[in-house]
Design a protein around this ligand. Structure first.
Ligand SMILES: [Zn+2]
Length: 300
């Protein structure tokens, strides 16, 4: 039996223990309740984040007499060789040698398992591949939350910052957290929606659209068209196949509307066999992915 500990950093921090690719502990969360502003972690200095993660790992490790084979951390942003090269929505971790720093803190607490860090959306794609019997199939995941993440399985070397793909040439589209003009996240991201509608929360925008408010309806349509455009681009690059959608704002997504826009954008018949599926957002899937990615990295 192999034991891994997965940690996921999104708008909150959560850790869980896996045995043979199944979650066997109750997830430990920080903060314990959802922060309505979804900005709880952005204000925490990196040293404190490492401390928080190490404490979660220690608690989970103690329950199995410190027998842990691998530790995996999933974070949003560009993560290569376990270094966070950039993370627009968690600016304090930019440049952080996450696996190394967490590994040091854990060693000081007597835990010496190897630590691996990767992108959060890639972790979800790995978990979906494992739990949906898709290990040999191209699996792509959009995470729709504070930022917009894109993950794929099997993992291939690259950046894959799908949330920052350019979906419009309108120079006024400059709400993306990374500062880039015309980006998908600049339309769909939580922070971007707040900046666009200074008078409405994202929940209200989508509610008002349902009530017929024209400005909100236009935006909801733009939101779906932007996601269709980015998805169509990936279909034109890597082919059709299945796309999964998850994240804490996935309840805004109407698959029928997305599909109708996609069908106007993908016209070549060999590319039209794509399928779309919503996954309810939960910590377990990402935790499973973080643990699986760590185990695979240890196995080489
Ligand atoms: Zn961007």
């Amino acid at each position: 039996m192999t034991t891994a500990i997965g940690i996921v950093i999104t708008d909150h921090l959560v850790a869980g223990r896996l045995e043979d690719q199944k979650l066997t502990s109750r997830p430990i969360r920080f903060p314990e309740q959802d922060d309505p502003l979804a900005e709880a972690l952005t204000a925490i200095p990196r040293g404190e984040l490492i401390d928080l993660m190490a404490s979660q790992v220690a608690q989970l490790a103690e329950e199995v007499n410190w027998k842990v084979d691998a530790i995996g951390v999933a974070v949003p942003g560009i993560v290569r060789q376990s270094v966070v090269e950039d993370s627009p929505n968690l600016p304090q971790i930019k440049g952080m040698r996450l696996a190394e720093e967490l590994g040091k803190e854990l060693a000081a607490r007597g835990i010496n398992a190897p630590v691996y860090a990767g992108n959060d959306a890639d972790a979800i794609a790995a978990a979906v591949a494992a739990t949906h019997g898709r290990f040999n199939k191209l699996t792509r995941v959009w995470t729709i939350g504070n930022g917009i993440g894109y993950g794929r399985w099997p993992y291939v070397e690259g950046v894959w910052e799908g949330g920052h793909i350019t979906v419009t040439l309108d120079p006024r589209e400059r709400y993306c957290g990374c500062g880039g003009v015309g980006h998908l996240e600049g339309i769909m991201g939580q922070r971007a929606m707040r900046l666009r509608f200074l008078d409405l929360e994202p929940e209200e925008i989508f509610a008002h659209a349902k009530d017929g408010d024209q400005r909100c309806r236009d935006f909801v349509d733009l939101w779906h068209r932007a996601l269709a455009a980015a998805t169509a681009s990936f279909i034109h690059l890597a082919g059709p196949g299945r796309f999964y959608f998850t994240g804490h704002n996935v309840h805004f997504l109407e698959l029928a509307l997305l599909r109708s826009h996609l069908e106007t954008m993908v016209r070549m018949t060999p590319l039209q066999s794509f399928s779309l599926e919503i996954l309810p957002p939960d910590d377990e899937t990402a935790l499973l992915g973080a643990g699986i990615s760590a185990m695979r990295s240890v196995a080489g």
